[in-house]
Design a protein around this ligand. Structure first.
Ligand code: DLL
Length: 437
């Protein structure tokens, strides 16, 4: 611990010093990749560049990008820069198809990662007196062990409960005096529902803080979670290829996520042209780890869409830039009748309508040559009168609100509570049936 307020001194380093440190560390990463990963040696040669050609930030645009497919093609360890005996842990991340992406860590990598996540937890006020219930998968998913070791490092008491057995999880929260929960936002919604089914008001548990991430969610979902549990809910962002969680995290201001610029070189590019966007513009986040020994991915395309908030220094005192919460993944985006739609936009609209319950599903079909989008939502019990006129009123309201946000006509289906699938890890809310028709 650096002081009462910060976990590490780097969190409040003057921006200029961070930038100098970035360039110094970038040289290490580029050299590590070029000298120790044949894939990068070849790519750099083909592009006619050497690590020493990258002297200033702007020079990075000359360096070839790395994509998820590169990891799959070099499965399992082809992009590692160190001997296998230096690797002390691996994790994997599976996409929708094909081989998983395998990521590896040296002892120093793990040490850095633990401290990065500890930084995030300390930043939102988690201390050694807290009881931290870690309700995500502990196996290949980086969220389990990533948070586990960081919370231990802070000195909190960790409850490694994983996912599932939801009723027991709720009982443990009471028995162990849990004060902090970590879950995906969709599982947190599900836990709330299960608690209510047990006749428990989740506000009685005595929680203070919720850390939620690993999938897109919205500000209106945050409000629902904060109200339901009487907590402050923080957005947590990361990806296995960049260690896992701990890449970016909200501070107590809850206004954008600080992204740790001493460990990651940050770029935002236009996903179509692949050129850097202008400052503050929306685009795909591209990251280069600056301290990673085992897996120095260069200009890695995360697929995640966001932008840098240009708000000057944060009142929490941390100097690292802030990104807007992830708007969606470029591969999650659906194009309906020419309009781009992210599931998180739909979620944001639905979660601010009080009559709408916590779960929804989006079905995309094709009727002749026309795309149709159907949003299925559950209603909250209190408004479920069974009267047809109430049904129609709510249906039209949801349709109207969605139209205002998306500029798109949608079919809205109101369904009974419990009809829509619940998720324990990442949710899958969009079912695109156009390819199967
Ligand atoms: O999801 C790491 C993680 C664990 C993050 C626990 C936060 C908490 P992967 O399974 O490799 O790693 O998935 C990474 O999930 O590229 C995003 O598309 C998405 N994602 C992660 N966090 C957020 C978030 C972990 N806060 C992929 N908001 C990323 C939106 C997120 N999307």
């Amino acid at each position: 611990m650096y002081s009462d307020k910060y976990w590490e001194k780097e969190e409040i380093m003057p921006l200029k010093e961070i930038e100098e440190l970035q360039m110094k560390r970038l040289r290490f990463t580029l050299k590590n990749a070029y000298e120790n990963v044949p894939f990068y040696h070849r790519k750099f040669r083909e592009a006619g560049i050497k690590p020493e050609d990258i002297k200033k930030r702007e020079d990075m645009a000359k360096v070839p990008l790395t994509v998820k497919e590169d990891l799959r093609e070099n499965y399992p360890f082809g992009l590692f820069a160190v001997d296998k005996k230096e690797i002390i842990r691996i994790h994997t991340s599976s996409g929708t198809s094909g081989k998983p992406k395998v990521v590896g860590y040296t002892r120093d990598d793990l040490e850095n990662w633990i401290n990065m996540v500890a930084r995030c937890l300390y930043m939102v006020g988690i201390r050694d007196h807290d009881v931290f219930q870690n309700m995500v998968s502990y196996t290949f998913f980086t969220g389990g062990l990533g948070f586990h070791y960081a919370a231990e490092r802070i000195g909190a008491m960790v409850v490694p409960s994983g996912t599932g057995q939801t009723e027991k999880q709720i009982q443990y929260m009471f028995d162990f005096g849990t004060t902090v929960i970590h879950a995906t936002p969709s599982y947190a919604m599900h836990i709330k529902e299960v608690a209510e089914g047990m006749g428990i008001d989740p506000r009685e548990i005595g929680l203070r803080i919720g850390c939620f991430g690993a999938e897109p969610w919205s500000d209106n979902t945050r409000k629902r979670l904060e109200d339901a549990y009487d907590i402050k809910a923080y957005d947590s962002y990361g990806l296995s290829e960049m260690n896992g969680p701990g890449v970016a995290f909200e501070c107590e201001e809850q206004y954008g996520l600080h992204i740790w610029a001493d460990h990651y070189f940050i770029e935002i590019i236009d996903p179509e042209t692949l050129e850097p966007v202008s400052d503050g513009e929306k685009g795909e986040l591209v990251l280069t780890p600056l301290t990673k020994q085992a897996l120095p991915l260069i200009r890695y395309r995360t697929g995640d869409i966001t932008y840098i908030l240009d708000e000057g220094k944060c009142s929490c005192g941390r100097t690292h830039p802030r990104i807007h919460r992830i708007l969606g993944r470029s591969d999650d985006m659906v194009v309906i009748r020419g309009i781009n739609v992210f599931p998180s936009q739909i979620e944001d609209v639905l979660m601010r309508i009080p009559e709408v319950g916590d779960h929804f599903q989006v079905l995309i079909t094709r009727n002749g040559s026309l795309d149709e989008i159907t949003v299925r939502v559950e209603m909250v019990d209190e408004v479920f009168t069974g009267e047809l006129s109430d049904f129609q009123r709510i249906q039209q309201k949801v349709q109207r609100e969605l139209y205002k946000e998306l500029n798109l006509r949608t079919n809205v289906e109101l369904v009974e509570k419990g009809t829509i699938e619940r998720f324990k890890l990442k949710s899958k809310r969009v079912i695109d049936m156009r390819d199967n028709l």
